[in-house]
Design a protein around this ligand. Sequence first.
Ligand code: BTN
Length: 258
Amino acid sequence: MNMANTTGHRIIGKPLIYYEVLDSTNLKAQELAEKGAAEGTIVQADRQSAGKGRLGRIWKSPSGSGLWFTTILRPQIDPKYGAQATLLAAVAVVETLAVAAEIKGTIKWPNDILVGRKKICGILSEMYLNEAAIDYIIVGIGLNVNMAKEDFNETLSDIATSVYLQTHRKQDCKELLEVFRISLEKWYSIWLAEGFERIRAQWLAYNGTIGSFVKVKDNDVEIFSGIAEGIDDYGCLLVRNIDGSSQSFDFGEISIRY
Ligand code: BTN
């Protein structure tokens, strides 16, 4: 796997700002971005007291056991393509797991990284506009690294996993983050220089959603079902129903029938 940085210069993780505890790295990154923080700034916390998950959920983020961090990006692209940032971050996470820990992760649309059927990582991106242009996108990543079985409650242990649970080796979070920085740098440079096509191809290679039967949910209520056929340029999932009709969905939630 080629981990070379295609541009030669480094944006991602410059600077990397580390906190022992934050409410949420997304909130801190937003605050710093509003004050003009540079593109590529990473905000990391050892522990979050109010980590944010998707759909208003809490993201459990205890000390010493995970990578909880947010990257500030300022791509000069049409905001309608902003959601692609989440997809490229997912690609970088899967690559990081493969390179650093020999773990084969798959992407569950839009932004969960699974190992088998268990979630190892979640991504929460937020885009902020200035007039009609992107001011910044913050990409928050929660990666379960050294969590043992007892660190997950009963509900979570059925659906969540960690690098440690997969490899039986404690992993150095700093090293993992370094691999991620290199990977994101590469994919971000490709995205800015060439557009979405190579990202889409890699996302498709890593994904575990396309070709499966999925149920699309809105607030836990099923609103559509069918075979997931692809993703479009806006990051939307295209689903074809058994009656032949097809619909695209932006960032909703799906369940996959295995
Ligand atoms: C999900 O629900 O799957 C998304 C979880 C995202 C969690 C990460 S942890 C670092 C960053 N800061 C937050 O408050 N949330 C994201």
